[in-house]
Design a protein around this ligand. Structure first.
Ligand code: MN
Ligand code: MN
Length: 316
């Protein structure tokens, strides 16, 4: 037997937000081994792992920075009044214990953890980690049937391999996820794609399997609301994974990431796209690629924590 958990986050009226142990959004920490895990509805989980990073690393430090800045979050959404912590039992489930020196073992540790999360009937909201973390999560979440996905990123992450056949990097997770039958490619939309290219390989693959790519030029021409109407139509009422790479946002607002691309959405548009997910059947979500070593003033982690709160508000 374990004591009943109080799922109300600590308020800044009761304890200053710079004090106390910084769990995600000042929620209770419930271990996956605690019998109380069965009363959790939404689990906030850290995946401090960046062994899939092909360029500038550091996203392994993301969960700790996101937890710290997430203590700034209050209980009520500023624009629509959603009070997520009253609508669902939310808890910090801690970090998946990573293996920074063995990619396959790292992937397995994450899938094993998320299988237990699924078994407890919990929907996960993950703080990465690099974008390869999405693959082991999808392996657990899509075990019974393929998911739809709405993916915010400046990159497609649909490449086949790097460095002579290495197929597991943060540039390849969704290629693997489609191959493994974890995603229904006709119900996948990638929004915000931009930057210089290696070539057409990733886009040719997307076209061949029916993934819809909305480049940043089209995003700005049509506007957030119109683009998100199409995104909601693409996923329909299929159970949907939301994957949010912080490099979707312009590096002015989110410089702390390994592979920034200029010419992106501002921080308000970054929040808006998540608000437009209302009504989507969300199986789980992640916010990845925050890299604190490049985040000199903490602005990226603050935006990332704010995006996690937005994601939580559309999940409840
Ligand atoms: Mn990515
Ligand atoms: Mn990216």
């Amino acid at each position: 037997m374990s004591a009943p958990v109080n799922f109300t986050p600590v308020s800044g009226f009761d304890l200053p937000r710079f004090a106390g142990i910084p769990t995600f959004m000042r929620l209770p920490h419930v271990s996956i081994d605690d019998p109380a895990i069965n009363s959790v509805d939404i689990g906030l989980i850290g995946t401090p792992w960046d062994s899939g990073t092909t360029n500038r690393s550091g996203a392994r430090h993301g969960p700790r920075a996101l937890r710290d800045l997430s203590t700034m979050i209050r209980a009520e959404h500023g624009a629509n009044g959603t009070r997520p912590f009253e609508q669902a039992n939310c808890a910090d489930l801690g970090d998946v214990s990573p293996n920074p020196v063995d990619i396959q073992d790292g992937l397995k540790r994450m899938t094993d953890f998320y299988e237990r999360v699924m078994a407890a009937g919990i929907r996960p909201l993950t703080a990465g980690g690099d974008h390869l973390c999405s693959l082991p999560i999808l392996r657990a979440l899509a075990a019974s049937s393929p998911l739809a996905m709405i993916h915010f990123d400046s990159h497609t992450d649909l490449f086949d391999s790097y460095f002579d056949g290495n197929r597991y990097t943060h540039g390849t997770p969704f290629r693997r996820a489609v191959e493994e039958g974890l995603l229904d490619p006709k119900r996948v939309v990638q929004i915000g794609i931009r930057g210089t290219n290696y070539g057409r390989e990733d886009r040719d693959f997307a076209e061949s399997v029916g993934i819809r790519i909305i480049p940043i030029e089209e995003f700005f021409k049509r506007g957030v609301e119109d683009v998100m109407v199409e995104a909601r139509e693409i996923v329909g009422d299929t159970s949907t994974y939301i994957s949010y790479d912080i490099d979707f946002v312009d590096p002015t607002f989110a410089p702390g990431t390994g592979t920034p691309e200029v010419g992106g959405p501002n921080s308000f548009q970054a929040l808006q796209v998540v608000r437009e997910l209302k009504g989507v059947s969300i199986a789980g979500a992640d916010l990845v690629e925050v890299s604190p070593p490049f985040d000199t003033n903490g602005a990226t982690a603050w935006l990332g924590a704010s995006l996690m709160f937005e994601l939580l508000c559309v999940m409840v």
